[in-house]
Design a protein around this ligand. Structure first.
Ligand code: ATP
Length: 382
């Protein structure tokens, strides 16, 4: 296939307003050369709009979009050298699979045109559909059709690949298989890819980095593990993976001077949830952008004197009979999930979830605990 050009994308302060709706408030992003970058967020948060702006189907109301150093704001979609795959395959039903894949080669140069058949065969091989060129697309399964759509998008050798919910019409098992195939093809080609999904699990599974979007803004950008383990905002904590979220307040540092003690860059915050006070560790050695853990900012603001905060801990970080911060909850029900069991408990009217290999019986009171490093504190935005 040889050297598909790769590229990087910059969005600087991009805003998109439709009559009566602001689709994007302010989006700044940098997608690196060759990376699999995913925009994830709930319906209506602006993912598709962001992708359409990158593709050139829409123009920003304000802000700038650059591919490398090139400002593309005035460049029409056909000159942007991007391949796009949408949710609904959009294959031409009256054309064979090969004709569909070759369609994108129509405008390519003479040299490419001569190698056209070879190129089509190569692309069908790449998407694991060798020898299907003469078939009618309607004879193929949904997953196969979507791979033809991918081959068609890749045919002209675009420098960017944009995928908008390409798997959402497929069933769960097929989606899992296809996402691995897409990821493999993407890394083989090393093509810069922006992928849109509302499915956070899918985003974590395939991406080099994800941008979590909410209400026309980007809340956090980072590798999947970082976004999962160190959510920067309450929204990210609740949207990405399971989480136990509680309303609480920071304990007044004037009454409890020991709360302010700092050791080796680790600050311990005390958060009261109901009658229980938890000790939570917050690293003050943040990445320098918005602070590594929102609690650090909270602890440095006036709100640290009794300010209300949200507090979260992941189900897998809550241990039955373990951890430094303890509280007692009553088992309501259990869900067997194969590898593990999800246990739902009631803690003084709050819902709590933990994972357990050997779940306790419903109605049992159990002591739950977590270590200070496993809790996250966010300034309450309500
Ligand atoms: P979904 O997952 O449901 O596709 P999304 O995150 O992709 O959602 P967008 O499609 O980008 O979200 O839409 C963001 C907001 O902009 C929504 O409120 C939507 O109604 C609005 N919007 C999108 N396109 C248009 C348009 N052409 N005219 C008016 N409003 C629009």
């Amino acid at each position: 296939m040889g050297g598909l050009a790769v590229s990087e994308i910059h969005l600087d302060g991009v805003r998109k307003q439709y009559a009566g709706t602001t689709a994007l408030e302010e989006v700044s992003l940098h997608v690196r050369d060759g990376e699999f970058f995913t925009l994830v967020g709930p319906s209506g948060c602006g993912k598709t709009t962001t992708l359409r702006l990158i593709a050139g189907f829409e123009s920003p109301t304000a802000g700038e979009i650059r591919f490398g150093d090139e400002d593309v704001s005035g460049v029409p979609p056909e000159d942007r050298n991007v391949g796009v795959v949408f949710q609904n395959y959009a294959l031409f039903p009256h054309m064979s699979v090969a004709e569909n894949v070759g369609y994108g080669l129509r405008f390519a140069d003479e040299e490419r045109r001569r190698g056209r058949d070879e190129r089509i065969a190569e692309l069908l091989e790449l998407v694991d559909l060798p020898g299907t060129g003469d078939r009618d697309p309607t004879e193929l399964s949904g997953g196969q059709q979507q791979r033809v759509a991918l081959a068609r998008a890749l045919a002209p050798g675009p420098r960017l690949l944009l995928l908008d919910e390409p798997m959402s019409a497929l069933d769960a098992r097929l989606r899992e298989r296809l996402r691995l195939q897409v990821k493999k093809i993407q890394s083989e080609l090393g093509i810069t890819t922006v992928y849109v999904t509302h499915d956070q699990e899918e985003a974590l599974a395939v991406s080099d980095r994800v941008a979590v979007m909410n209400d026309g803004r980007v809340e956090q950008v980072g590798p999947p593990r970082e976004v999962y383990e160190r959510p920067k905002t309450r929204f990210v904590a609740s949207f990405v993976g399971d989480n136990n979220l509680f309303e609480g307040e920071l304990v007044d540092v004037r009454d409890r001077p020991e709360v302010a003690r700092e050791t080796k860059g680790l600050r311990r915050l005390h958060v009261r949830v109901g009658e229980t006070v938890f000790e939570v560790e917050a690293s003050s050695q943040g990445s320098g952008s918005t602070g590594e853990i929102a609690g650090v900012e909270a602890s440095q603001s006036p709100r640290s004197d009794g300010g209300s905060v949200a507090f979260c801990v992941r189900p897998e970080q809550l241990k039955i009979d373990g951890g430094e911060n303890r509280f007692t909850a009553t088992v309501r029900e259990t869900e067997f999930l194969g590898e593990t069991t999800r246990v739902h408990l009631d803690w003084e009217g709050r819902e709590v979830t933990v994972r357990a290999a050997e779940p306790p019986e419903a109605g049992t009171a159990v002591e739950l605990g977590f270590d200070p490093g496993d809790g996250h504190v966010f300034e309450d935005q309500l």
